[in-house]
Design a protein around this ligand. Sequence first.
Ligand SMILES: [Zn+2]
Length: 74
Amino acid sequence: MLSFSKIIFTALVIVVVWQGFKLFNRAKQVPTKDQPKQTRAQKNQQSAPAAQEMEKCPDCGVYHAEGSAHRCDA
Ligand SMILES: [Zn+2]
């Protein structure tokens, strides 16, 4: 039988992990400003291959490396 403290602790872990994923995803989407001296062409050369490597799974929405084995078991 679950005690009240265990339920609270489980909920806390879930919230922390959830918030962590939200911050992690936001950090990936926000464009970084650490390379202000780069030209547009240089940026395209570096960002285009990285964008092509990731593929969104149509079933579960998870981004995974293109061509790699992926299972929708998460
Ligand atoms: Zn999937």
